[in-house]
Each structure stands twice: as C-alpha cells, then as structure tokens.
Write a protein that binds this ligand. Sequence first.
Ligand code: SAH
Ligand code: SF4
Length: 368
Amino acid sequence: MAKSIKEAAKIPDSRPVLLRQSLTALQAELQRHGFQGYRAKQIFHWLYKQAVPSVAAMTNLPAALRNWLDAFYRFGGVQIAERRDSADGSVKLILALADGARIESVLMREEDRRTLCISSQVGCPLGCLFCMTGQGGFVRNCTADEIVGQYLAARQLLGPGAPPITHIVFMGMGEPLLNCEAVFEAIRRLTDPQAAGLSPRRITVSTAGVAAGIRKLGEAKLNVKLAVSLNASTEDQRGRLMPYARRDRLESVLEACRQFPMPRQHRITFEYVLFDGVNDSPADARRVGQMLRGIRCKINLIPFNPVEGVLPFRRPPQERIEAFQQILIGMNYTASIRYSKGADVGAACGQLAAHAGAQLLYDTRAKG
Ligand code: SAH
Ligand code: SF4
C-alpha cells in the first residue's frame, strides 16, 4: 500500500503549463471549452503585465473560468524562496522550482536600467574551474516557463508601478546554448508584444563557446545579442580553464561568431575573466586582439570574483587589469572593465548556486 502511494506521488503532472501558451493557442483552447476568446488577452495581461503569481489573483475573470484554468493548466514558473539584498542595490533571488530544485537570478539596478541576470540550467555541465556553478555539477535543464518565471518573479519583487526591467542577460547558472529549445521558447515569450514585450536587442545570451548552439541561435532569428566567454588567449590556456573548450575548439567557435547574422551596427561581446598570472599578461592581451581581428565585437574584461573552495585563482592587481585594457584599446577595440555587482551576497559572476547547487546535487544523487 505504502509503495503504491509513493509511486502515485511520482506520476508527473501532465497538464499543459499556462506560462508556455502562446496567445493564439490559449484563445483556441478557451473557445474549445465554451469561453470567449477575448479572455485570453485578459489572462495574458495578468500573467505578463501584472505578473500575478496565481490564477486566483486574476480578479476580473469569472469564477468558472478561474476554476477551469486551475483544473486545465499548471501555472508553471518559479517561487521566490529567499532574497538577499546587496549593499550596492542588487538583489539575489533564490528560486524554488516545482521539483524542489533551486536556481538563482540577480537583479541589478542602475540609474537608467534594471538588468536581470537569469539561469538557464540547474547547475552547469561545463565545469569551468573558476565558476561556482560549474564546480557544483549539473542537475537538469530549466524549462521555458522556469526561465520566463524568473523574469516574472523579479517583476513581483519590484512590485506594481515600479520602473520596468529593461535588460535580460543569460549569465546566471548554466550554459544557455546547451538548452536551446527551452531558452529560445522563453525568448519568444519574453519578446512577444502580447506577452512580456521586451526588445530582443535588450536580451543577451552568453555562451561558454558552444559552436553548434551559436549557429542554432543565428538560425532561430531571434535577433538577440550574443556574448561569448573567451577567457583565454590560447587554445591550451582555454582548455585548462574551461574543460569543454577541448571539445569545441577556438577556431570553430570563432568561425561560428564570424557567421553569426547581425545587422551592420551590431557587435558580439567577448567576455574575458582576468586571472592573476594566468591570462592577464600584455602578450595575452595582444593575442586576444589578434585572434578577434575581423569580427565585429567589443570586449568586456571581468576581474575574477573569488569563489570559495575552488582552485586558487586571484584577481589581478588593478594596474595589470588596466594595462590589459589599454593594449586592446590601442589595437582599436572597444574594451571595458566590468565589475560584478552583489559580491557581498554571493551574486557576482561565477558565484551563483553557492549553497543551493551543492545541496541539490546531494539530494538528486541520493535519490538516483
Ligand atoms: N555559461 C555561460 C553563461 C553563464 S556564466 C557562459 O559561461 O558564458 C556568465 C559569465 O560569468 C561568463 O562570462 C563567465 O566566464 C563569468 N564567470 C564565471 N565565473 C566567474 C568568476 N569566478 N569571476 C568572474 N566571472 C566569472
Ligand atoms: Fe557553466 Fe558558464 Fe560557469 Fe562555465 S562559466 S561552468 S559554462 S555557467
């Protein structure tokens, strides 16, 4: 008896997810069940403009429709489990998923923009040596509604009437281009004028260099920005820092970048984390400049953020960071130094999933 109850509890919820419906699909389903089609627009308004957390909050819908929505759909998305406020105004959100997994998003607030850094996977399979997420291992891909749900959770946190989130970057946990299907579906929902309605030019997908994924992103014609984490000036150096780079070699990544479709005025961003004495010499800077010749790009230099318990990397001294930048500027590149926000609450680049990832991995392995 006890066993069958346990097994019943494992039956997955097969209802379609409300946060994954397009407006036309929702309209059709409503009409098929005897409701008026215009209700779909009202529901979309509640979901994406008001960012309500449940059907119960959609107060202008008749009770019969709310009951039907609850019975027919699973709401989807994420729940805010915890928030941590940084002294610099950014907020780390620890988010609970339906199966108990946890992911993190970071909301960064500057004068004229509010940028949300979101996760695409629970953990990350690529295992970069300098990244807490990579060191924690991989659990599973996020679904499209869990990705869109991070945006909606941040909207809930900001509250009604707050200035909107202006930018989204896929720079949280995970490698977005190893989860193309869900990431692309989420981008469609985030940019759909009927749904979240963000401009695709304000969404950036950051990849550790998955060449096939870069090609797929171009083919999907989503018109979002591409960032590539270069992090090294030679193949060998890159392979030592990012194990995955031994599989997708630099030349194939750079070739995918050259082929990436972009309007003339747009550029790819190359991210380069600087590690003291590893990849921060003047010769490294010159090699980076030569390597990127002919690619319309800009370069963001990210001083390494310390990550507890991983190999002893250090942030280079400030003058070395600036000297690296000056060499690239001298080679006619736009090169900026990007200081991560939220380090005091473990929200800076590379610091995500400090606790959640470890706990989760333990749980998952114990079950398996
Ligand atoms: N997986 C994707 C996106 C998430 S990582 C990628 O690797 O691009 C987002 C950025 O954080 C990457 O540029 C990565 O190189 C950087 N990063 C990872 N660990 C870091 C650390 N400890 N300090 C500074 N930047 C880090
Ligand atoms: Fe994964 Fe990006 Fe971290 Fe590398 S840097 S482990 S690809 S999240």
